[in-house]
Design a protein. Structure first.
Length: 235
């Protein structure tokens, strides 16, 4: 078993192999945090390159969020850690512009299970590792806003993030202590594998903003749905 990280500030980022998750891990490490980042599978990823550069600050763990049987072993490997931040970044899209009625059932299931159900399974399995005043967050999307949906498109993805938001609100109502910070983060449209080449924002310009919002919300009690500038997004 790996030795627990003993630094005072520790973030666990679920889905940190590449894209925004990896960039947030790098930003937090640059700000002096210790980061446990998860990858799935055995392939080398950009997180491995990052860990090579920050051996003392980055630890790599393994989790496919759609495989619930992997959660208890991960919890066991993390036993003894006191997490200041648990952030579930992992997500997917089918990139389909077809109306919802034409979406193949398996596409619907894959996106909904990954984006809506699995993040809450992860949170419910690992939340006892988070300090009583720590932050539990998930990467949502502005496309999860029902109020702001005036043009459709990416209908399954939108629905999955709206469902994620709803499940997080349900989770929030079940918290017996009001001291934890809960966050749904809408990062903006960013050029990653998921965001695509037409996105207006780069990972480099976005990541410091996202980490600023995360750390600003740490210490605020209760659940918020915030954009990359820390502004509330309408549900
Ligand atoms: N980019 C945007 O414009 C944008 C906008 C709004 C919200 N978001 C959200 O931001 C998050 C990160 O997206 P990104 O843009 O950085 O996309 P990305 O570059 O495609 O990265 C997606 C990440 O999620 C991981 N992942 C996917 N399915 C997983 C699973 N079943 N188990 C564990 N990890 C899994 C991937 O791991 P692998 O390397 O193993 O595939 C990868 O680390 C997602 O939740 C996305 O919905 C992105």
């Amino acid at each position: 078993m790996s030795q627990p990280i003993t630094d005072t500030r520790i973030a666990l980022i679920i889905g940190a192999s590449r894209g925004l998750g990896c960039a947030m891990a790098a930003e937090l490490a640059d700000r002096g945090w210790s980061v446990i980042g998860t990858v799935r599978g055995s392939a080398r990823t950009p997180l491995h390159d990052l860990a090579d550069r920050h051996r003392e600050r980055i630890r790599i763990e393994h989790l496919d969020i759609t495989q619930p049987e992997e959660l208890a072993p991960l919890h066991e490997r993390l036993a003894g850690q006191q997490l200041d931040v648990l952030f579930v970044n992992a997500g997917t899209t089918n990139n389909e512009q077809t109306p919802i009625g034409a979406v193949p059932t398996q596409d619907f299931v894959d996106v909904m299970v990954t984006n809506a159900l699995s993040p809450l399974r992860v949170i419910e399995a690992l939340d006892d590792l988070v300090t009583p005043t720590g932050l539990i967050g998930v990467m949502s999307s502005g496309q999860g806003s029902i109020t702001n949906n005036t043009n459709g498109l990416r209908e399954v993805y939108r629905g999955s993030k709206a469902a994620l938001n709803m499940f997080m609100r349900s989770y929030a109502t079940r918290q017996t202590s009001a001291d934890r910070s809960l966050l749904l983060l809408a990062p903006g449209w960013i050029r990653t594998a998921l965001g695509g080449d037409d996105a207006p924002y780069t990972v480099e310009e976005s990541t410091p903003l996202l980490v600023d919002v995360l750390l600003s919300h740490l210490g605020s009690k209760g659940l918020a749905f915030l954009d990359r500038n820390g502004q509330p997004v309408p549900w």
